[in-house]
Design a protein around this ligand. Structure first.
Ligand SMILES: [Fe+2]
Ligand SMILES: [Fe+2]
Length: 162
């Protein structure tokens, strides 16, 4: 293992710990354990700091124009290659939770790739947009929100504006 491999592994581990702790914090909050929720939230933020240091040491944070290309490639890999076989296997296994998770992701990643492509084209023009995130499936709409999410059907007024 090289230091580069170590950084990649550490980045993956810290990123996963971040997501896990945020989910655990939400659960603790729902159970009325607010101090433990804050511990999970603070630790999640600490793992983000570590993940950022690792990613930076890897030299993977470049110019925004370059980052948009990288981000679009990642999303495209996910919806073209990664998720379709996952969807099929979940169907075969009859795992409804996994199937819905993969179907939401595969559809949302197509949208993400498109938005990154558009942003990459506009990066020099400094165009301003509003983005609206569907809190259920991860779909993102640009500039205006629909009556309901075209992926999961959630009403547009539930979308979160960025
Ligand atoms: Fe995505
Ligand atoms: Fe949605």
């Amino acid at each position: 293992m090289s230091t580069k491999d170590n950084l990649k592994e550490a980045f993956a581990g810290e990123s996963q710990a971040n997501m896990k702790y945020l989910a655990f914090a939400k659960k603790a909050q729902a159970e009325g354990l607010s101090s433990i929720a804050r511990l999970f939230t603070a630790t999640a933020e600490a793992e983000t700091i570590h993940a950022n240091l690792h990613l930076n040491a890897l030299g993977e944070i470049k110019t925004t124009a370059e980052n948009l290309i990288t981000a679009k490639a990642g999303e495209t890999h996910e919806f073209e290659s990664m998720y379709p076989p996952f969807v099929e296997e979940a169907k075969k296994d009859g795992d409804q939770k996994a199937l819905r998770a993969f179907q939401y992701a595969v559809e949302a990643e197509k949208v993400h790739a498109k938005l990154y492509a558009q942003a990459a084209e506009e990066v020099d023009k400094k165009v301003e947009h509003d983005y609206y995130l569907c809190p259920v499936c991860g779909n993102i709409e640009i500039d205006q929100v629909s009556d309901k999410c075209f992926i999961c059907g959630v009403p547009g007024n539930k979308f979160i504006k960025y």
